[in-house]
Every structure is written in structure tokens, then in C-alpha cells.
Design a protein around this ligand. Sequence first.
Ligand SMILES: Cc1ncc(COP(=O)(O)O)c(C=O)c1O
Length: 398
Amino acid sequence: MNKLLKRFKEVTSPVLGRYFPDFEIKSAKGCYLTATDGKKYLDFSSGIATTVVGHCHPKVVAAAVAQVKKLIHICIGVAIYEPYVKLCEELRKIVPIKDAQPFLCQSGSEAVESAIKLAKYTTKKPGIICFKGCFHGRTLGALSLTTSKMKYRDGYEPLLPEVYVLDWDLAEVEETICEHDIAGVIIEPILGEGGYIEAPAKVLKGLRRLCTKYKVLLIFDEVQTCFGHTGNWFASQALEITPDILTMAKGLASGFPLGACVASSEIMKKWSVGSHGGTYGGNPVCCAASIATIEVIKKEKLLKNTQKLGAYLKKKLIGLKGEFPIIKEVRGMGLMLGVDFKDSAVVKKILTYCLKKQLVLISTGADGTVIRFVPALNVHKKQIDTALSIFAEALKHV
Ligand SMILES: Cc1ncc(COP(=O)(O)O)c(C=O)c1O
């Protein structure tokens, strides 16, 4: 066993799940990771859909370093500072919600916790509707809405009361809203950990209609889809559906821990001062990294690149499906694509083979039967071709 792995096993909690038993890296740049043995890996996992402008983008690094030298932390409750305000100004320009007022936090789970609390507090109702197969995080509130893998919940019940986990069935949603006091309906427009499955547009549009009709808040959890992976800043924009509350994290700050729960000022003004908050939310360095990430996506026209190269990659993957019947389905939008094998053993073999050939791909889905392709938005066509050729080689070997 190599030294780092040995030390890791001795000193860290065994609770941490990992995709690969012994993959160690020391640095990363753009779409590449450098392992401790010096080998370079093409990274199509992006730290689980997070490093949207590539690893250590020079503009993100420069912004973070400059901020570290000025102010690392004060807590927004103690004093207001430029990066927090500037990031909220920038987010208001790109989110689908009008007159948006972001609440900044540290992670996806915390963004979801904030959304649950905002919905409950402002509607004065207790119930939340969520959907089977979705992943919303692992803190206890967010976990109460998570069913992508039931092992996440095992040993933690009872969870939050008044949570209704439903199928994508509008009649069932309407019945539940009519029978219970429902504050909000939360859904991932594209299931991330659930297997890169797009929620049907008909269901999403129906939810919008029902939520408006019954004055229930529609929450889109865009923690994984946010910041461009679908070829739009947010999946909701591609779908042309405006949620009342939007949660985001992951790509928001290119790997710095930052989350946001966004709603209109109309909703936010009902959240009383001090009824929610936190020490680190909207940390200055994370905000500076996020502002730089937005600038890079705009300047380098990365949404266009994602649409173009995403279509190219999807077409090639569909081509491979024609060649290799072990591929059962190719799906997804932009550079957030899933290849479903409906077989976790096959997926494991392919991922191991790809890693050996220095391509990092990771699985998703309830049983890990899907391989996800989520490279950075500034990936090059040549890098996609390299990934495809390793992936195709792997398909031949299983
Ligand atoms: C849609 C969605 N919501 C929430 C989360 C939780 O985010 P975090 O791991 O930052 O707590 C995730 C993480 O994968 C996610 O994909």
C-alpha cells in the first residue's frame, strides 16, 4: 500500500465513501489531475460537477489570492464586505428569478436546508413534497428529502416530519397539496446523484401550475446543474420554468465551498432578521472565486462551448450505444451526460479500465449503473476525443 493511502486509512473516518480504492493526486490544472506518482489524468468528473472553469483557473486563483491578502473572514453578521454584495449583484443578473435576493451559505446541503426553512417560515406551513430518486444532500433536513440511495437514510430515521416523497405524478401531487399543509415542492430538474435523469418537462410545467394555483413554493434544486453544465446558467432557463426558490452550490465557486438559496425580494422580505444565518456563509474568498468564475464563463463564452461540445459528445456517445449494446441509454443536456448500462459491475470495470488509461470518470444512479461525463465547461474537442477513445477501448474490454 502506498504511503498516503496508509496514512489516510489510519487517521480518517471510514465513513467516507470513495469511487476508487487508491487514487491519490497532488495537484490539478485545467482538465488534468496530477497523481502522486506524477502521472497525468484527464478529468471528466470535475470534482463531481464542480470545477466548471477547470482546475485552478488562473483568473479564479488570482481573485482568491488577492482576496486572501485583503480579508479572509469577518462574518457577514459582523460587517458587510464588497465580495458578498458584488456576488449577489452578479447572481441577480443571471438567475431566472426576478428581483432575486440570494442568501449565501457553504454547501449544497446547506442551500437546501435554507430553502426548506425559507419555504416553511414564509408560508407558515410545515409540509414539503419531494420526489423519489432525488438527492438533496446529507444534513438531516436535506437527507429527509433524499431517496437517490436508501443507504444514505439507513440508521438516521426518524427524519424530518411532514415530508411527502412522491412519484412524478401530478395527480398525486395535487392530492397531497389538498390534503396537507404544504409549504414547498422541491425537485431536481435533472437528477444528479439519481443518475442524470431529466425530470419530464410536462411534470415540471405541471408543478409550476399547481404551485401557483395552491400558493405553494416551487423549489428547484440546481446544486449540480448550476453554472453552465447544461449549456445554460441554470437548467430552469433551458426548460423555461421559473421556480420560486433556487438552490445552487458546486460550480458556483469553481470548487470553493459556497452555496446559495435564491428567491425574490417578495419572498425574502418575509424571512425575519436573524431567523436564519451562519458564521461562514458567503465567505469573502469564496465570493471572490465565484465572481471570477462568472466572469470567466461570460468572457470565454463557455455556455456556448458547453452547448456545442455537449451536442458533439452526446452524438458520439449515442454512436457508441449503436456499436455496444451493453449501453442501454445515453441522456442528459450540455456537458452533463449520463451513459446508463443498467449494470453496476460493468460500470465498475469500465471506470477501473479508464482510470488505468488515465481518464477519470465516475458513476451515478441508485445502484451506480450510470457513468457520468461532466468535464469542465472549457474542455477542448481534442480532450473529448481522447476521453471517447479511452472509453470506447474500455467498452471493448468488458
Ligand atoms: C442536487 C443536489 N443537491 C444537494 C447536494 C448536496 O450538496 P453538498 O454535497 O455540497 O452538500 C448535491 C450534491 O451532490 C446535489 O447534487
